[in-house]
Design a protein around this ligand. Sequence first.
Ligand SMILES: *Cc1c(COP(=O)(O)O)cnc(C)c1O
Length: 458
Amino acid sequence: MEGFRALPSVEQCLLTPEVRALLAEHGRTAVVAALRARLDAARAAIRGGADGVAEAARLVPALATDLAEASRSTLFPVLNLTGTVLHTNLGRAILAPEAIRAAVIAMANPLALEFDLGGGGRGQRDEHLRGLLCELTGAEDATIVNNNAAAVLIALNTFGQGREAIVSRGELIEIGGAFRMPDIMTRAGAKLVEVGTTNRTHPRDYEGALRTETGLILKVHTSNYRIKGFTAEVSGAELSQIARKAGVPLLNDLGSGSLVDMTRFGLRREPMVAEAVADGADLVTFSGDKLLGGPQAGFIVGRRELIAAINGNPLKRALRLDKIRIAAIEATLRLYRNPDRLTECLPTLRFLSRSRAEIAAQAARLAPQVDDLLRPHGFAATTCDCESQVGSGALPTDTVPSAGLRLTGPGGDAPDRLSSRLRGLPVPVIGHIRDGALILDLRCLDRDAALLEALAAP
Ligand SMILES: *Cc1c(COP(=O)(O)O)cnc(C)c1O
């Protein structure tokens, strides 16, 4: 057909100055592949009746756009204005500047990760965190793995493989994704022995299930739900007595856990690791990137000989942490030595402790400016009250009074259209839809300018 003749060949294209510039930037393999794809698309368009000359003219600009898009990372910052501070899908905690500095140093340099600078021999990578974890939790010993799911897995495997693990029916949690307690038990090789009922479990239920096959008793903090009404659970302290008498370890999985009393920051209490240890749990597991505000990690603290057994499990090697995270965790834990300064240094706690009044003042400042930016697109912004959440299964039924912007427009689909538009910005703005409007909760907005710049992008 006539139209095809207007299209250049791959070789001809590669000789043009525009494409040579693209070659220098993106490399030959990527440019040739993108060019072939564009030429195929142009031929298909011409077969469908498109004009060959017009298709040829479009070729190089389209190629440049394709290559720019393909070379853009999918990991760029977004503004989390969802009202959920620890948003798992947005990467949970953002790190303290001290932790970021420590991670950068670890990335760029060799360091004595497993090297004893005194004797020149081999050292232990967990050693960098063990002292701090023991100091902050009152435990005898500590070990660290990839995340809390891994902490529970390795603890169950170490003490429950080929044996039985007793757990209350009220605590057989699903965390989301594929973390369900019964499935983790199976993978750990432990036989699940359920006791009690969904709403009530008593000491006698545990006592009645103890056998010579019992490997451990597991207590799980019901992080992402609450059972209310006619309920009974056996406390960590009572359970530790039962476990001690039977000579089996008690593992208390706290989920988020906390190293400080959250009521300091105006939040409800979340179980503290030090209390679980003091209550007699033999092992306590908790997360690095929930309320603790650090990078993803799983901590196991507890009795020395039990931690030694976990460290001797071959799974430990498969679940260990890299130097970057160890450095960031060390710097994060160090901040907990001075709880009075935590809200200054740790973004998670700074966000969570902001008062509604402070956020409302920010909303009042921003509303007219955001309104100006959205008007040309047919949308309007006003201030509103809202409720933030902690997220990631910490304090699930609690909300924290907050404030934000309520964005509206014409038509029933306005919130969806606006939400999709803001998600498509170079710095995407993520809110949530409520009562026919898109709500931007400003709790996690550090700088007013960040929102204004994001919305002003073409
Ligand atoms: C969140 C949670 C886990 C999993 O922790 P990750 O750090 O996300 O792997 C396990 N148990 C409980 C009770 C949790 O809340």
